[in-house]
Design a protein around this ligand. Structure first.
Ligand code: GLC
Ligand code: CA
Length: 563
């Protein structure tokens, strides 16, 4: 594909509520991000994606917006954001915001007006309203956060539709007026000078217009709404229009959260004329559960399974466009806890092996806050300690499906979105230096041993290795633009691939196990990166023994290289 500026970016995802609290009210904020720009610059990242900071009652921590043009005062005001954009720019760091346009908050003035005047509000058609049948909701579809997608509209026989929480009514994309309102808003933000958007839950905007029932798939008598309310036929018109009315007018980057898109359709989404620059592929991130919203259906997996998913994703995306590679995000648990099964193996080596493995895949790499210091899951002792709306739903749903309270707690501890939302560990002081007061969400208590300050001082830390990982990509066109070719595909525990760019060839080996593994090197190589002591500059042995969780990045010494 033709080169694009956003292919060489390294994106750092910030969950603003948990990054840094500048005014000590227990909640992270925009000024907090600005104050930590030096840290981000020293890490080497070039772009920040900030999760929603707009006005919101925070039922889903900002993914429920009550005013698209105002910021949540807990995070700061427009002056703070302008300053952040400005300061970041001085450091060569771009800002990407979250775009949540499948739904609003029920506290948005449009919905509030509808509540006041259900019969003749001019916003009636802004949302999806349907009459119930014989005292039952219009369909038996389950929302992503549990319960029916239909909620009774007070003082009427009608229901409104919500793919996610009750306080997140879906917008009616069939209504041109709604779409125009949204495009206006998108253009407002792009004009302001942000680099682009991460586009939330975008495959949910089109619903099957027949609204008919499906056979139930759970003890609640409901069925996953995704079958009828995600990536439905006709969505292409909306996505095409969205792009034409907004994104194409700017040289912006767009990263679609587009679950449920089959690979056959990736060309439409991320091809030359695709709707987005890139989209996330969640298949490998959700390999330990039946689906992102059924945490009680655990799935056994091994490294070969993971590898197959990663390479399938990589090769399918390579055919048509460009990917967005991530290990973690605010909806996932921590990667060290997920991908490294035994606790005793969660260490510097496995953390850096995972980091490098994902970083050198073909695509734009994302780092989620805390990943670069190896933050882990945090086991909570009771349901009261959770904040995440989906964890609470999954807990009760598990029990409804016949699991004990103890089992239910176990499932959500493994998968809870709160695992990645705990406040960031800046140092070993109280509350990890995140705030001087008790944070909005309980800290992970290992902040005394896992934190930025301590890792800054230790040249052998995960943090220092992440800096090297980033630096290496930044200076290698091959690691940025090169084609990917999986190798050793059937090996049960080594993940390996080649990146090729013109005559240059880089071979990446990752030992995804706690045992030594033999590989056979077919040439002479320069060592570009090694998470074990870098005592060797070159390797050329026929046989090379990879140490436990070793990551080894090698440049083939071809003639072209010496030109
Ligand atoms: C996306 C967000 C998630 C949010 C949901 C509803 O999946 O990443 O955090 O809860 O959309 O907006
Ligand atoms: Ca604050």
């Amino acid at each position: 594909m033709e080169k694009k500026w956003w292919q060489k970016e390294v994106i750092y995802q910030i969950y603003p509520k948990s990054f840094y609290d500048s005014n000590n009210d227990g909640i992270g904020d925009i000024k907090g991000i600005t104050q930590k720009l030096d840290y981000l610059e020293s890490l080497g990242i070039t772009m920040i994606w900030i999760c929603p900071i707009y006005q919101s009652p925070m039922a889903d921590n900002g993914y429920d917006i009550s005013d698209y043009y105002q910021l949540n005062p807990e995070f700061g005001d427009m002056k703070d954001l302008d300053e952040l954009i400005e300061r970041a720019k001085e450091k060569g760091i771009k800002i990407v915001l979250d775009l949540v346009i499948n739904h609003t908050s029920d506290e948005h003035p449009w919905f509030q007006d509808l509540l006041k005047n259900p019969e003749d509000s001019k916003y009636r058609d802004y949302y999806i309203l349907k009459s119930g049948q014989d005292g039952m909701p219009p369909t038996n579809w389950r929302s992503v956060f549990g319960g029916s997608v239909w909620e009774p509209l007070k003082n009427t026989n009608e229901y409104y539709f919500h793919s996610f929480g009750v306080k997140q009514p879906d917008l009616n994309w069939e209504n041109k007026q709604v779409r125009n309102e949204l495009y206006k808003m998108v253009n407002y933000w792009l004009k302001k000078g942000i680099a682009g958007f991460r586009v939330d839950a975008i495959t949910f905007i089109k619903k099957d217009q027949n609204f008919d029932n499906l056979p139930a798939d759970g003890a609640d008598g409901l069925v996953k709404c995704t079958k009828k309310a995600r990536n439905q036929a006709g969505i292409e018109e909306f996505l095409h229009e969205l792009k034409e009315e907004t994104f194409t007018k700017y040289d912006c980057v767009t990263i679609g959260e587009a679950p449920g898109v089959p690979y056959e359709q990736y060309g439409d989404f991320i091809g030359d004329n695709g709707y987005f620059s890139m989209i996330f592929d969640f298949r490998y991130a959700d390999l330990d559960v039946a689906s992102g919203s059924e945490w009680f259906k655990r799935v056994e997996w091994n490294v070969l399974d993971l590898k197959k998913l990663i390479f399938k994703s990589q090769t399918e995306i390579q055919k048509v466009g460009w990917g967005a590679n991530f290990l973690e995000n605010h909806d996932q648990n921590r990667s060290l806890s997920k991908y490294i099964k035994e606790e005793e193996n969660r260490n510097f080596y496995s953390a850096t092996m995972l980091g490098a493995l994902f970083f050198y895949l073909r695509g734009t790499p994302f780092i989620y806050q805390g990943q670069e210091i190896g933050m882990t899951n945090f086991k909570r002792k009771s349901i009261e300690e959770f904040d995440d709306i989906s964890s609470i739903d999954q807990y009760y749903r598990s029990m409804n499906e016949g699991f004990s309270a103890e089992e239910a707690l176990h499932f959500i501890n493994l998968r809870s979105r709160d695992n990645s939302r705990t406040p960031f560990h800046w140092n070993d002081q109280e509350y990890g230096g995140f705030s001087k007061v008790k944070p909005w969400l309980g800290m992970n208590d290992n902040y005394r041993s896992i934190n930025v300050e301590q890792q800054e001082q230790d040249p052998n830390s995960i943090l220092h290795f992440y800096k090297k990982i980033i630096q290496l990509r930044q200076k290698s066109e091959c690691l940025i633009y090169g084609e990917i070719e999986p190798i050793l595909e059937d090996h049960p525990t080594i993940v390996a691939y080649k990146r090729k760019y013109y005559a240059e060839e880089i071979v990446c080996y990752f030992n995804f196990s706690c045992d030594e593994q033999k590989v056979v090197l077919d040439d002479k190589f320069d060592v570009l990166l090694d998470n074990y002591k870098e005592d060797k500059q070159t390797v050329s042995e026929q046989e090379y023994f990879l140490k436990p969780y070793q990551a080894l990045i090698l440049l083939k010494q071809g003639e072209s290289h010496h030109e």
